[in-house]
Design a protein around this ligand. Structure first.
Ligand code: NAD
Ligand code: UDP
Length: 341
């Protein structure tokens, strides 16, 4: 019998890649998603890649009763991976209520429903944004957590505090919070990738859309940081490597290998790249010149973020296998395939 995993937000960018890895590792997957930032066609894409169509329930997790009903239907699940959230930083600054409401109602309804059904394993999508502007690099899990700049970031910080309380109050309940650095890239098949709604906020989709002629020029936010070329440094991680870490985390919970009821892991490669280095790699790999212009810094951006990968390596047994060139080539392949949609 396959073990069943409930994946909230499983039609989204990171969720869909994780569903593929779960299916590949012989798990049965149930996706709960309201499609607010994703497309039903993602199920076809997952089926094309894996040969398996995951069970899908279209449901808004803000709805307490519907969430409970979905969990009662799938009470035989052994773990929940919770991706469902809104994630646009600038939008969260403009509309904090919408962000706090969606991200917390979804989280709390999911936790309440799974506790009610006795599903005791929970994986949470957190973010490196909880480190704010770190005092030391690379960032270890011991680095101080700071009040994030945006309401979006704050939903991640507070969610981790909520999880601390929930594991204390519920014996046997175990959770892993995964702090992602900068996920980019797409499935190597070119059949699945990020589908940003409207104008992208993030660097990689903005680069590929500019190269594809959808956007006129890329704005590089600031070249006066204290870095080798003045542009900000981030730790970009391939979404397929990231997805694989979730499978490792699920197995750690199911096999009761965790050392604490709530564990936290950074998920990055440990390598930092500046914005200009990413642009140069993109131009080299695709042989396409990119139209870009240096502009002022973006509010809330920090100069440099990159992860210490030691803890994830030692405890999850997880290491990244794909580098910046793979991230760029798969992102570009996906962008080109989107033209034929
Ligand atoms: P995404 O928007 O592609 O996926 C999120 C999915 O959740 C979407 O399919 C959306 O329809 C669904 N969803 C949102 N609200 C819902 C609700 N109320 N009920 C049911 N479904 C709902 O985002 P992603 O990039 O795949 O991110 C997944 C998770 O990882 C999010 O929690 C995000 O905050 C976190 N994260 C993402 C990044 C990143 O750069 N992409 C970085 C750090 C953390
Ligand atoms: N960035 C940029 N132009 C863009 C989008 C992003 O110069 O159009 C920069 C941004 O300032 C940051 C890096 O690229 O230094 C990564 O930004 P992204 O929004 O992808 O992720 P973040 O690290 O902010 O979560």
């Amino acid at each position: 019998m396959k073990q069943k995993i409930i994946v909230t937000g499983g039609c989204g960018y990171i969720g869909s890649h994780t569903v593929i890895e779960l299916i590949t590792h012989q798990f049965e997957v149930v996706i709960l998603d309201d499609l607010s930032n994703s497309n039903i066609k993602t199920l076809d894409r997952i089926e094309k890649i894996t040969g398996v169509r995951p069970i899908f329930e279209e449901i808004d997790l803000k709805d307490t009763e519907k969430t409970k009903a979905a969990f009662s239907k799938h009470a035989d699940a052994v773990a929940v991976i919770h991706f469902a959230a809104y994630k646009a930083v600038a939008e969260s600054v403009q509309n904090p209520v919408m962000y706090y409401k969606n991200n917390f109602f979804s989280l709390l309804n999911t936790l309440e429903a799974q506790l009610q059904e006795g599903i005791h394993n929970f994986i949470f999508s957190s973010s490196a944004t909880v480190y704010g502007n770190p005092k030391t690099l690379p960032i270890t899990e011991e680095n101080e957590v700071q009040r994030p700049f945006s309401p979006y970031g704050n939903t991640k910080k507070i969610a981790e505090e909520i999880l601390e309380d929930i594991v204390k109050a519920n014996t046997g309940f175990s959770s892993i919070s995964l702090r992602y650095f900068n996920p980019i890239g797409a499935h190597t098949s070119g059949d699945l990738g990020e589908l940003p709604n409207g104008i992208p906020n993030n660097l990689m989709p903005y680069i590929t859309q500019t190269a594809a002629g959808i956007r006129k020029e890329l704005q590089v936010f600031g070249d006066d940081y204290d870095t080798k070329d003045g542009t900000a440094i981030r730790d970009y991680i391939h979404v397929v490597d990231l997805a694989d870490a979730h499978v490792k985390a699920v197995k750690r919970l199911i096999h009761k290998e965790q050392e604490q009821a709530l564990e936290i892991f950074n998920l990055g490669t440990g390598n930092g790249y500046t914005v200009l280095e990413v642009i140069q790699s993109f131009e080299k790999i695709t042989e396409k010149p990119l139209n870009y212009r240096i502009v002022g810094r973006r509010a809330g951006d920090v100069p440099a973020l990159y992860a210490s990968t030691k803890m994830a390596k030692e405890k999850l047994g997880w290491e990244t296998t794909l580098g910046i060139d793979d991230m760029i080539s798969t992102s570009w392949k996906w962008e080109e395939n989107l033209k034929n949609e």
